[in-house]
Design a protein around this ligand. Structure first.
Ligand code: ZN
Length: 308
């Protein structure tokens, strides 16, 4: 198994000149796409994505918004237990066939990645799956008029929180969970410089496969957290590392140790608001990338933070 090093990221303070993160839907659950958009069902075209998975798998809101529908509706019994979320920009997302609902109510605000239901087979469903629709400019339940295209092909594996690689213009309606983006280095050696251009001095080098948290963009250059400080790399030699995990420190001070218990030596301190790449969790301790090496912090002193 190849372990991809995640280098420590620092305080997520975004300053002037930061490119705003584009609002983005994420896949609402983990599984394999069984039916893509525009599958011929004989009497109609399936203008949605079906994601096959395990009974009871969490279903999360694809983007921040307010719960629009939550229940079982006789006018469209085929949806079974349905949740719909209204976002800004005229967008609604529908999640059908759920086994049960997470706590919540119509009108409640939900954040992106917040659990809203659990996968099932209620309504007209031949298998356990989530029927996921994106609609625009449509307030009605029963209408195929406004279901818009969502990418994805049969057999494609997706997971909850994974960014849907497609642009939905005008999507708004809540704060995204993060304006940070994880970037993976694609060149063997990549110079990290003190500013956004080759005229700036070289601080160090990043290497192929390493993942950094990007906090700002200037032209073709990305500002990344690099060994506890910031530096700039040419964006052309990095790609999005969607799905990379990160943890934000919530305590004013968190000891970083050589192993997953207080018996291990303290090698450094992490501070409130700092964000680190997360490798794994063991016995309530989180293993993180910390200033170019790995270390362990108490799991209750950090929280997951979404990076695009
Ligand atoms: Zn479907």
């Amino acid at each position: 198994m190849k372990i991809i090093p995640l280098v420590a990221a620092g305080i997520a303070v975004l300053t002037g000149g930061t490119a705003p993160a584009q609002a983005q839907f994420v896949w609402p659950t983990a599984g394999v796409i069984g039916s893509s958009y525009w599958t011929d069902r004989g009497s109609f075209y399936h203008k949605a994505i079906d994601i096959n998975g395990s009974y009871g798998t969490k279903v999360v809101a694809s983007y921040a918004g307010k719960i629009l529908l939550r229940g079982r509706y006789s006018a469209c019994e085929y949806y079974g237990n349905l949740v719909a979320v209204r976002h800004g920009g005229g967008y609604d997302t529908y999640y059908a066939h759920n086994s049960r609902f997470a706590s919540g109510y119509v009108g409640q605000s939900v954040g992106q990645n917040q659990i809203i239901a659990y996968m099932g087979q209620t309504g007209n469903a031949a298998s356990v799956h989530v029927h996921f629709e994106v609609r625009r400019w449509n307030a009605r339940i029963y209408s195929y008029a406004c279901q818009i295209y969502v990418p994805g092909y049969r057999g494609m594996r997706v997971y909850a929180g994974q960014k849907i690689n497609y642009s939905f213009p005008g999507l708004t309606g809540g704060t995204t969970t993060s304006s940070l983006q994880a970037r993976k280095v694609t060149s063997t050696d990549l110079n990290v410089r003190s500013g956004p251009g080759t005229g700036y001095s070289i601080l160090g080098q990043a290497h192929q496969g390493q993942i950094y948290i990007r906090t700002a963009v200037s032209g073709d250059w990305s500002k990344i957290w690099f060994d506890g400080r910031t530096g700039w790399v040419s964006s052309a030699y990095t790609v999005s590392a969607a799905g990379a995990a990160a943890r934000k420190v919530t305590a004013s001070l968190a000891n970083v140790r050589t192993g997953p218990s207080t018996a291990y030596a303290i090698i450094a301190s992490a501070h409130q608001g700092e964000i680190y790449g997360h490798i794994l969790t063991s016995n309530g301790w989180a293993k993180i990338w910390f200033k170019g090496r790995t270390g362990w912090v108490r799991g209750d002193l950090v929280v997951p933070v979404a990076v695009d």
